[in-house]
Design a protein around this ligand. Sequence first.
Ligand SMILES: O=P(O)(O)OC[C@H]1O[C@](O)(CO)[C@@H](O)[C@@H]1O
Length: 517
Amino acid sequence: MSDTELNAHAVRLSGTSLRTLAETGDDRSQALILSVAGLEFDATKQCLDEAALEALFARARASGLESKRDALLSGEIVNATENRPALHMAYREGGDLVGSDAAALVARTQAETREFAERVRSGDYAPSGVPISRVVNIGIGGSDLGPRLVADALADHADGGPELRFVASLDPSDLKHAVAGADPAAILFIVASKSFSTQETLMSGEAARDWLAGHVGATRAGAHFAAASAAPEKAKAFGIDPSMVFDFPDWVGGRYSVWSAVGLALEIGLGPSVFQAFREGAREMDKHFATAPLERNMPVLKGLIDVWNRIGMGYPARCVAAYSARLGKLADYFQQLEMESLGKSVTVDGQPGSTPGGALVWGGNGTEIQHSFFQWLHQGGDVVPVDFIGVARHFSSSDPRERALAANMAAQGAALLDGRKVDPATEPDLASHKSMPGNRPSATLLLDDLTPATFGALIALHEHKVFVESVLYDINPFDQWGVELGKVLTKGILDGDISSYDASTKALLARTGLISG
Ligand SMILES: O=P(O)(O)OC[C@H]1O[C@](O)(CO)[C@@H](O)[C@@H]1O
């Protein structure tokens, strides 16, 4: 099915209000509400009827979604430009899904991180004679956003353990704040980098080592550093003790790496059993994705709806509004997961793509963003679908604040759907200002409760729905060549070799003194 056909369905539906669609009955609702692994996905506020939905599933089948999903899960080379599979699911106890070689490797590395985490947590690992009370993860992109998100999301479930802090920025202030107030002798730094060649991470790692050496001495400082990397030799060359280098294979993509040794800070800070429950929740979603029929498959439905909004309806963006203080970083995480995976318009075969790739993703913490940029969503000239992500338990909580949180979320979805028509006869001056167009689609994703398992399922749902989208866009979601150019040009600037740069950049560098003009 072509995009023209999707567009034709969108045109056909353009005369039907979301209110009417939402009232069209049980069959539509049953098709658009799915529950699995402690999550409920409700897409009844989307501009979709059964015919359009059928067209989407037909397109998914015509794109070979089922066989491509099976190829992904059985460890075939799905990342052709880097000639490797994408097997992050293996870290979710997925031996039967991903094959025994991968499972054995995963079992070894999981045993190593677990043992080290337990040693740190018990105080047995105390390189300067005092137990570790703070763990500072130094990393960027997937080596930062995953651990940072999960640490925050599952903070209420932490089973004792050292405090977790994160350094991603090269701004020295980031490291300064991450160590502030801690006894240097009680800090463990984890340098997390898949490639172990990321400039920001290595420079911050060196700065942390120098800082620590100034407090505990150069000889002892090394024992305060661990690494998580798919390039263990580079980590060792950097000076990390080999026994403290926790490896993972290169078939774990950076933005999918939180399940691997990159989650070491979490295993220490939240506890191995919490980290394990997080992985098991994801595992449940993996099994569902692998086996459920397309029409009852949550990642498939979610992916197709995002394709529909992007290609059928032509919306360029999606907003993620999370109604939980613990999920304020979710939009940032999804932003990398989706935009680094789907921000491409070259097909798997290297041809110009017929679609623009995935949507721009942005958002934040629901109640806060209601009071900042939601105005734009309600009355701005662009339409951006919203994903409301909340906690089902809050709706019937005995705590009025939790019920109010849930009510706010439900109210925003209703307001976007219906809008408001203020009668000029009653408010002649303000009617047009107060009226809202409505017909703005949203979806609601409820976690039964925010637990390690439901949260793991939520993340896995999004990983798989990104894969579904990539199949329909015919792009490779596992590479990220677009970010390379900036890295090369930064090196040129720092090396002082900017002869081939544009006049504006040369002038900027000369003016600011980074390079003498
Ligand atoms: O883990 P690494 O290799 O330091 O990379 C960090 C991040 O940099 C990127 O390569 C983008 O520059 C991401 O894909 C990755 O998550």
